[in-house]
Design a protein around this ligand. Structure first.
Ligand code: SF4
Ligand code: SF4
Length: 145
């Protein structure tokens, strides 16, 4: 066990330490952890298709199903990129790469979860019978598969 492992696994009771001596995790401070700046986004081509190929690939089950589209949870997504190449209609983009015409889908993916918070897994929720207003307002899309 190296010195770092010894520190991490040493069984020291944080609460017993003076404040300045408590261990801190190495990530950002808690108020910065809800970071929407980097994530994957599902855009318009998924609407009314929802073949769910992406769900099978997601290691953290963070792709949720609405009525007409799927939505990636911005906080639960670990940015692994596994979902992107399996989408048959190229609906999934890294946030920075969302085409200009679909930029608002970033907001749609984020705001879809305003009421839900972070459920920690899509499977247990199943179909969520609503959509973000941006998607709900779209005319029905035909997909010729
Ligand atoms: S693979 Fe693409 S079209 Fe299929 S559900 Fe996922 S995002 Fe939608
Ligand atoms: S990038 Fe990875 S974690 Fe995020 S939705 Fe896609 S498969 Fe899931």
């Amino acid at each position: 066990m190296g010195p770092r492992a010894a520190i991490l696994g040493g069984g020291i009771d944080d609460a017993a330490l003076p404040r300045a001596g408590r261990r801190h995790h190495s990530g950002p401070p808690p108020f910065m952890e809800r970071n929407h700046s980097v994530t994957y986004v599902i855009a318009e081509p998924c609407v009314d298709l929802k073949d769910k190929a992406c769900i099978e690939e997601c290691p953290v089950d963070c792709i949720y199903e609405g009525n007409r589209s799927l939505y990636i949870h911005p906080d639960e997504c670990v940015d692994c990129g596994a979902c992107e190449p399996v989408c048959p209609v190229e609906a999934i983009f890294y946030e920075d790469d969302v085409p200009e015409e679909w930029k608002d889908y970033y907001k749609a993916n984020v705001e879809f979860f305003d009421e839900l918070g972070s459920p920690g897994g899509a499977g247990k929720l199943g179909l969520i019978e609503r959509d973000h207003p941006l998607i709900a307002a779209l005319p029905p899309r035909d997909h010729e598969e």
